[in-house]
Design a protein around this ligand. Structure first.
Ligand SMILES: Cc1cc2nc3c(=O)[nH]c(=O)nc-3n(C[C@H](O)[C@H](O)[C@H](O)COP(=O)(O)OP(=O)(O)OC[C@H]3O[C@@H](n4cnc5c(N)ncnc54)[C@H](O)[C@@H]3O)c2cc1C
Ligand code: SF4
Length: 332
């Protein structure tokens, strides 16, 4: 690993001011925050990330889970994934979030991983993690060997000719279905960004993965007040039962009244270049009877624009079955 300066900023203002000196907050940042370190240190060991300064934010006061005045939930940026998944309110009112987190990584990793770090975890594309290979995301303009190479686990939704990498997070899929908001403290003050606008599609700039600018520090995430009577479920399909990323996953938050769907929030994981909310599936469900045929119709709608790569066409049918089954379990 290269050498770097390790800094413990005394407060968030100092952390932001120091990080604002970076050239970018995206790939190649020369100043990085570190929380659990389970993404950043991995990538530093591989020389994919080579920050000159690493700012430890673990002592900043962002480790609480609190109810908001409107009855929603405020989740601090450094709340550990395990604490969030096992929190009583989360398990009761936002079960899909608890289930998604517990479907990810391992108990040891979840004890280290944080809310903000999970939002910013990087793709597992093998070429991105190997500095001997070209990769547009790591080094813009060098090419995308995945398009003609190993792409079995990569995206079928949201890809571009520059990059087809999957966003690997489970937590973010649940946050998309829960319509979470990301709160940021930056050089010019604070701002709040809906999760659907936080991650970017690769387009012609796959090195740019989020809207973050130099200095931007995620302070917390908020959830809306729980939706009364909603049924929630997260289903993750993968090559082995634990310690593996999703080939396809589905987060479902659905209300059924008198046998008909009255509200649906649907997001997919493992298949998109960002956590994939599906307004198409939601529109296909609302007003319809909650039955297997209509669930399958919604899944068809969700994957209508999917484009397979050479090795991953199977993911399209897998994702459809994943969503159909998740809807069946949620509403059973
Ligand atoms: C072996 C392995 C298996 C895994 N399996 C899964 C899985 O199945 N599902 C899944 O979803 N995830 C999985 N993960 C990923 C894991 O969830 C992430 O590594 C973790 O959530 C990252 O959180 P962290 O706090 O450790 O982040 P860090 O490594 O500390 O940081 C990650 C990035 O976020 C930035 N950052 C951190 N906090 C802030 C902040 N407050 N503001 C701005 N920037 C910030 C850092 O600068 C860095 O760029 C796996 C990881 C490993 C190593
Ligand atoms: S898919 Fe994206 S991350 Fe993977 S090699 Fe291509 S450009 Fe790099």
């Amino acid at each position: 690993m290269h050498t770097f300066e390790f800094i413990r900023p005394p407060d968030s203002a100092t952390a932001v001011a120091t990080a604002a000196e970076a050239k970018t907050a995206q790939q190649g940042a020369d100043v990085r925050f570190v929380a659990g370190g389970t993404t950043l240190l991995d990538l530093m060991k591989l020389n994919v990330e080579t920050p000159a300064r690493v700012l430890d934010i673990n002592r900043l006061p962002f480790d609480q889970i609190e109810t908001t005045p409107d009855g929603g939930l405020k989740i601090g940026a450094t709340v550990r994934n395990s604490d969030l998944a096992h929190h009583e309110t989360v398990q009761r009112d936002y079960a899909v979030l608890s289930q998604a987190i517990l479907a990810g990584a391992s108990a040891q990793l979840r004890n280290m991983a944080t809310t903000a770090g999970n939002l910013l975890q990087r793709t597992r594309c093998v070429y991105f993690r190997d500095t001997a290979m070209p990769c547009n995301k790591r080094e813009p303009g060098t090419g995308c060997p995945a398009i003609t190479g190993f792409n079995r686990t990569l995206a079928v939704l949201g890809a571009s000719e520059q990059c087809i990498a999957t966003n690997p997070s489970d937590m973010c899929v649940a946050l998309a279905a829960l319509e979470a908001t990301i709160h940021i403290q930056g050089s010019n003050g604070t701002r709040a960004i809906p999760i659907g606008d936080f991650h970017l599609l690769p387009g012609t700039t796959p090195d740019r993965e989020t809207v973050l600018e130099p200095g931007d520090l995620i302070t917390h995430v908020t959830l809306l007040p729980p939706v009364a009577e909603s049924k929630q479920f997260y289903l993750k399909l993968r090559d082995r039962a634990s310690y593996e990323f999703a080939l396809a996953s589905a987060a479902v938050v659905i209300n059924v009244d008198g046998g008909n769907v009255t509200r649906a929030r649907i997001a997919l994981g493992g298949v998109g270049t960002k956590p994939w909310r599906s307004p198409e599936a939601e529109a296909a469900l609302v007003g319809q009877e909650a039955n297997a045929a209509n669930f399958r119709n919604a899944a068809e709608a969700a994957l209508r624009d999917a484009k397979p790569q050479s090795e991953n066409a199977f993911k399209i049918e897998l994702a459809k079955r994943c969503l159909t089954h998740a809807l069946q379990v949620a509403t059973a």
